[in-house]
Ligand binder design. Sequence first.
Ligand SMILES: NC(=O)c1ccc[n+]([C@@H]2O[C@H](COP(=O)([O-])OP(=O)(O)OC[C@H]3O[C@@H](n4cnc5c(N)ncnc54)[C@H](O)[C@@H]3O)[C@@H](O)[C@H]2O)c1
Length: 388
Amino acid sequence: MKTVKVGVVGCGDISTIYFTNIAKFDNIEVVAIADLMMERAQEKAGKFGGKAMSVAELMANPEVEVVLNLTIPAAHHEVDMQALNAGKHVYSEKPLAITMEDGKEILDLAKKKGLLVGCAPDTFLGARPQTMRKMIDDGWIGKPIAATAFMVCYGHEIWHPSPEFYYKTGAGPMFDMGPYYMTALVALLGPAKRISGAASMTYKQRLITSQPLAGKVIDVEVPTTVSGTIEFANGVIASTIMSFDIWDSNLPRLEIYGTEGTVSMTDPDPLAGPDIFHGETKFRRASDSDWTELPYDLPRKEEATPWDTIPSIYNYNFNSRGLGLADMARAIRNGGDFRANGDVAYHVLEMMHAFIKSAESGKYYDMQSICKMPDVMEMNMTEFSMGK
Ligand SMILES: NC(=O)c1ccc[n+]([C@@H]2O[C@H](COP(=O)([O-])OP(=O)(O)OC[C@H]3O[C@@H](n4cnc5c(N)ncnc54)[C@H](O)[C@@H]3O)[C@@H](O)[C@H]2O)c1
């Protein structure tokens, strides 16, 4: 299959893993690279190949079929609109946009132009969440009835080299980490129906302790603790906390409770939940005397074990960012649906706003958008791979 040609806009912290992985996928290829800071584009071009150029040149380049938008959230809408107006498909880092209006404008323009919109996160396509999805679909925990999702930590100013945007409009724990958790819940349970929320800003200012900006103070614009409930269209009720104000906790990252058992993402690290492709996973059924650890990342054993009948997905049990883009490239060439798509991203954007709107109004927020539950990853997908 002819590779889909990608133009990357934004060469900051997250771009390195995309460049590294795109070089391995056999159906996508970086041909053009841009950043407001030209030296960043040049550095990536020198290291990974592709040609550094201005954003305007990239948008005008006829070779570029998809713009991969790795800019900060405040620039997602502007860059997506530029790309679509230039006749390119677009795949953006999360969130789709800051406001729902901007998110809808992106989807409407793409539809009008017959172009595709993809959006991170694609971590829900990883080995762990896909194994959990298969377990649920195959009835291992019975009928799902409830869920929990907890991302509680003390903010990114202790490690990120430029953490300011995490406290500005469009970020905060809900809009920065929420996309992983909400997308994972939608991928495991389907779309949400209504949401209730409460939100607070614990500190008006945050002190950066990571280099190179250590000592600088950030003025906080967004709630830094958001809590609430989600009622899904399938009847499941979820409880969630997203916080940058909590030093430590013993909460699990994400659990799904069914009539016959529980499946759990158990990592103690708050940044090792649905924001990664792999990680600790356990399940326990009514008949089990203890938890069983899911060995999704181990080779299948010869001898019979409880998990031999779980169709674990062993691919993508590492940082596979770009997988959603490769899946979208498959759809560009072969047609059909792709998983990390704009409809899911817009639904997730509305869910995140729903917590805040409910907190402000003191009332439930009824979801207006709907999306299709993304298809499970096929175990032996041959249409594309990381084998380049
Ligand atoms: N850093 C992470 O660990 C991480 C993880 C997952 C997702 N993300 C997401 O990736 C995106 C980027 O995050 P980051 O950490 O790489 O940020 P960053 O600040 O390190 O990099 C962003 C880059 O985009 C460039 N840029 C900004 N506006 C632009 C515009 N209009 N045109 C061209 N270039 C522009 C900046 O110059 C910068 O080089 C965000 O949406 C974030 O939510 C980040």
